[in-house]
Design a binder for this molecule. Structure first.
Ligand SMILES: [Zn+2]
Length: 309
């Protein structure tokens, strides 16, 4: 048996802070921890976890002020990718992607030091099961639990899946990526009116470019947890790292650069909160029903269109 199959880790699967308003911010790719037994098999470059969504907690340092709950991954995506489906199915069939348990970097270089150590499909499957139990499942269980709590407490909930990526990555896209890539699973994960508001905020940001459901349409988290008909609106924001940090080693946060984009991200999250909280006032239950409707009962659509009076 490969040693990697006996997966152990000293780190909890996530960090979590509970807020006061109906918004959960998820950061599935900010983790940098790789258990030593696995790290020993990685190349020097891979041990530096270059494909991390660096510094997002700092960029979103206003989250607590907004009253958002925040869920933060601890392990590197090289251990397991929390934004991929558990069966490893491709998010973008026909396009180059990295997998649930990746074997290469965004630059298409091998993660594993020794070609003989490159995990086989069978090993990846076995490791996937072990890591799924230790990391992937707890993260998603927490997402589900917190969204259910927000929904029960507030009647609606919003999920913001926060990401960042290098602005130029020929493996995945041609040219330079727009700075603000909003993804709503082509409209399936959140109310289209909210998505339009967010896109407008992005396009109003001087000096930045924004797109909705372009190259990045939202990964597994957005697609799995966004259920607008049930009052849960999910949006993924994939930002260029050039908007706030150095895209190469040492991947430093650049406060003066970040100060340019931070207000726009904050405006987007304020718009999300205003949208779901207005939805509450305009038609959704003002407080959770004491008992959920029976299975099969007609569920009201997302309650945003009905204005009082
Ligand atoms: Zn990411």
């Amino acid at each position: 048996m490969s040693p990697a199959v006996r997966f152990t880790t000293t780190e909890p699967p996530f960090r979590f802070r509970q807020g006061t308003r109906p918004l959960l911010i998820s950061m599935p790719h900010v983790g940098t921890f790789v258990p030593p037994a696995l790290a020993a098999r990685l190349t020097d470059e891979a041990q530096g976890v270059p494909d991390t969504d660096w510094h997002l907690e700092r960029l979103y340092d206003f989250a607590d002020t907004l009253g958002a709950s925040v869920l933060v991954a601890t392990h590197s995506r090289y251990v397991i990718d929390l934004n991929r489906p558990p069966d490893g199915a491709s998010l973008y069939p026909g396009q180059s992607v990295t997998g649930l348990c990746p074997v290469d970097t965004f630059d298409d270089t091998p993660l594993y030091r020794d070609p003989a150590d490159h995990p086989t499909e069978a090993e990846i499957a076995a490791r996937r099961d072990a890591i799924w139990h230790a990391i992937w499942h707890p993260y998603h269980a927490k997402l589900t639990e917190e969204l259910a709590r927000l929904k029960a407490q507030h009647g609606v909930a919003a999920l913001w899946d926060a990401h960042s990526i290098r602005s130029v990555l020929p493996r995945f896209f041609e040219g330079r990526l727009p700075d603000l890539n909003l993804g709503t699973a082509d409209g399936a994960s959140c109310d289209p009116a909210l998505a339009a508001q967010l896109l407008a905020i992005g396009r109003e940001a001087t000096g930045y470019t924004a797109v909705l459901n372009g190259r990045f349409k939202g990964g597994h988290i957005t697609r799995q947890h966004g259920k607008p008909a049930q009052g849960i609106h999910a949006v993924q924001l994939e930002m260029t790292q050039a908007s706030y940090m150095m895209e190469r080693q040492p991947f430093d946060y650049l406060p003066d650069v970040a100060a340019g984009i931070q207000p726009t991200v904050r405006r987007m999250l304020e718009a999300v909160l205003a949208f779901v909280e207005r939805a509450l006032v305009c038609g959704a239950p003002l407080r959770p029903a004491p008992n959920p409707p029976p299975p099969g009962a007609h569920a009201p659509p997302a309650q945003r269109l009905l204005r009082q009076g």
